[in-house]
Design a protein around this ligand. Structure first.
Ligand code: NAD
Ligand code: MLT
Length: 310
């Protein structure tokens, strides 16, 4: 079993692979050309969100049997291409959801209280509290778009702040809204009009890309605050930039960008944006969970055993 680990996973995950008798190459600094040059030697690859496992990749990956996605979203994997070739794709959908939910809350608080901006000022030895006034969460309405694993964890946590939590998710039962004590909105439009804060937790699909954009900012409350800890572009970046400049959106907390991992987003130039480089799942706990789970799944798949998240 020859396995290429092409993006960083935890040491515990690597140990699982080695203990199973696999020959493991950890090479997280390969250029695209280098990756395509060597992938033909491997039975399995483990990636996170940066590596594009697409048609070009599959054409070179002639021995590949398994793709391990060390994380949740599989939007960087061409699933149809894998299925067509009998390649098994495994992921770890549960392993990092608490970390992603906690990071969402962190971004929400950091952006609505200007914490990084204040920190930067003080590190410059400037004691200046002007233009840093924030807002409270208590009694405000937060609109959650996508009440799945992470959206529901965010809902539970924000209720503890005394927020009124509403959500839009046309694909789940009313019982799920009830279970988390969240008010359902049938239309995205209604959620947008009512929310003081909006946070998106959908997968990246054709339907969700840009689902919050120019038209939605036109009907949003002036001074709404937004968070995207899901996938770059679910909140349209250019529309968000305009809305932030016009102060329709007062602040944004952003973990994910369209052009990852390149720091090219126009959001990076704005002072009312708090941004992190896709750190939602970067905790000790989540990475241990993800690393071990994906390693076990890849080994099971290579051995032809049952795999829970295939
Ligand atoms: P999930 O599949 O459990 O939940 C997604 C929810 O979105 C589902 O309930 C689904 O019904 C809903 N949905 C789908 N299309 C929708 C639409 N058009 N409108 C409204 N709702 C819609 O996914 P999850 O595990 O909660 O992950 C949510 C997002 O977070 C994904 O994009 C995932 O890739 C991302 N994620 C990011 C990080 C990070 O590091 N920033 C970490 C983990 C996951
Ligand atoms: C995920 O989908 O799990 C996250 O985006 C985190 C990651 O890719 O590491």
């Amino acid at each position: 079993m020859k396995i290429l680990v092409a993006e960083t996973i935890s040491e515990k995950g690597i140990e699982v692979l080695i203990n199973a008798g696999a020959s493991v190459d950890v090479n997280t600094k390969l250029s695209r050309e280098q990756l395509l040059g060597i992938i033909g030697d491997y039975d399995a690859i483990i990636v996170r969100s940066v590596t594009k496992v697409n048609e070009e990749f599959y054409q070179k990956a002639t021995k590949l049997k398994v793709v391990g996605r060390a994380g949740n979203g599989v939007d960087n994997i061409d699933m149809e291409g894998a299925t067509k070739r009998g390649i098994i794709v495994v992921n770890t959908p549960e392993s990092n959801v608490v970390s992603a939910a906690e990071h969402t809350i962190g971004l929400l608080l950091a952006s609505c209280r200007n914490i990084p901006q204040a920190h930067a000022r003080l590190q410059e030895r400037v004691w200046d509290r002007s233009n840093l006034k924030g807002v409270e969460l208590l009694n405000k309405t937060v609109g959650i778009v996508g009440l799945g694993r992470i959206g529901s964890l965010v809902a539970t946590r924000l209720k503890a702040f005394g927020m009124n939590v509403i959500a839009y998710d046309p694909y789940i039962s009313d019982a799920r809204f009830k279970k988390f004590g969240v008010e359902k909105r049938e239309k995205l439009e209604d959620l947008i009009k009512e929310s003081d804060f909006i946070t998106v937790h959908t997968p990246k699909t054709e339907e969700t890309m840009g689902m919050i954009g120019k038209d939605q900012f036109k009907i949003a409350k002036k001074g709404v605050r937004v968070v995207n800890c899901a996938r770059g572009g679910i909140i349209d970046e250019q529309a968000l930039v305009e809305a932030l400049k016009e102060k329709i959106v007062a602040s944004a907390g952003i973990d994910v960008l369209v052009d990852e991992p390149n720091p090219t987003s126009p959001l990076l130039d704005l002072s009312n944006v708090v941004v992190t480089p896709h750190l939602g799942a970067d905790t000790v706990e989540a990475q241990d969970n993800v690393g071990v789970t994906v390693a076990q799944e890849v080994i099971s798949a290579l051995k032809g055993e049952m795999v829970p998240n295939a």
